[in-house]
Design a binder for this molecule. Structure first.
Ligand code: DLZ
Length: 199
């Protein structure tokens, strides 16, 4: 039968331990969301990403995913550059004996996010809401990735029925069930690693 999952990544990613990955998830359809987030975390960790380097945030619904993803990336970049300044201040102090402009209490270095997985579950109802939210959410997430240069993994299920959503979250009775969150974790590691080497 035709396999509707990605072929495995061509290589393993030995540098995964140095990656920092964000997960932003919506809170609608929580049963599926919880399973998908768990699946993503488990494949990130299996690939070697450290649990302390996985940053998790939630938003009300999928419509909020693009803005949250964008702000999370921006905040991580600001934090990383302020940490770099603090560390530079400490180095100046250590080598010259003079207090650097930022003082000696440098925080532990935190790098900016190398990828974000944006997770939502949209289930078609009887109005046009589903179409509008799905469309704007997916376009918004694509835009965030292109505008920031940070890989954004599309972790949004657009299901026509609740059964479809459960099946793609690895839940329910279907023999075809598969947790797509696991694929998203692997995609995040691959894209984060590759785009870092293309810098
Ligand atoms: C309003 C709404 C509806 C009808 N359905 C879903 C859904 O299936 N999945 C989801 O993640 N969010 C849904 N939302 C909420 C919107 O995404 C959004 O949170 C609100 O419209 C507020 O902006």
């Amino acid at each position: 039968m035709h396999e509707r999952r990605p072929a495995p990544a061509p290589t393993s990613f030995p540098d995964a331990a140095s990656l920092r990955v964000g997960i932003v998830h919506a809170r609608w359809n929580t049963e599926c969301i919880d399973a998908l987030v768990k699946g993503a975390i488990s494949s990130l960790e299996k690939a070697g990403v450290k649990s302390e380097n996985i940053v998790i945030e939630s938003v009300p619904g999928s419509f909020e995913l693009p803005i949250a993803t964008s702000r999370l990336i921006a905040a991580s970049q600001i934090q990383a550059s302020s940490n770099a300044n603090d560390l530079m201040g400490s180095l100046i102090e250590a080598t010259t004996g003079n207090a650097g402009t930022t003082g000696s209490d440098a925080k532990a270095s935190k790098q900016s996010l190398d990828a974000v997985i944006s997770i939502g579950v949209l289930i078609k109802g009887s109005t046009m809401h589903f179409e509008y939210i799905s469309d704007s959410c997916c376009h918004g997430l694509m835009r965030v990735g292109l505008d920031t240069g940070v890989p954004v993994i599309l972790g949004v299920l657009t299901a026509l029925t609740e059964e479809q959503a459960l099946e793609r979250s690895g839940l329910g009775q279907s023999s075809k069930k598969h947790n797509h969150g696991e694929d998203w974790g692997t995609a995040a590691v691959e894209m984060a690693t590759k785009t870092k080497t293309w810098a």
